[in-house]
Design a protein around this ligand. Sequence first.
Ligand SMILES: [Zn+2]
Length: 157
Amino acid sequence: MRCEICGKKIVEEPIKTKVDGSIMLTCKECSKFGKVQREAPKPKRPGAPRGGTLRRIQRPKEPAEEVVENVKDIVRQARERKGWSREELGEKIYEKASVVSRIESGKMVPDLKLARKIEKLMNIILVEKNEDVSADGLGHSKVRGATIGDIAQIKKN
Ligand SMILES: [Zn+2]
């Protein structure tokens, strides 16, 4: 191994020296002409954000609200409990009896506005928060790719 600057034989470890922008292997004497590189230069990481930041960005402000799956059964049972006909219920929610029929037969899912109207009227629950996007920070599991464990967790909630 010879010094790349003076050509002298290097007995010990050659010194990596940066001279005019290029790295040279030099003897101790010649390392004074440039900047000694102590280690292999590492790519700089300009303060990458560490965990947590991403999660917060991807979480929606509020969990989505959805009309419950068995809305047809709940509405029919609540109506029958009150002894109302479909026409009577329709009048109270300012909808036609045919709308009530379609809801109770599952042909139609009421939108959130109508569902809330029925909820209030009959004191039942028709709208629930979509726990898929849970408020405790598990929302990022979708991004990561949900595992079976995650799915079980979501359903439990
Ligand atoms: Zn030299």
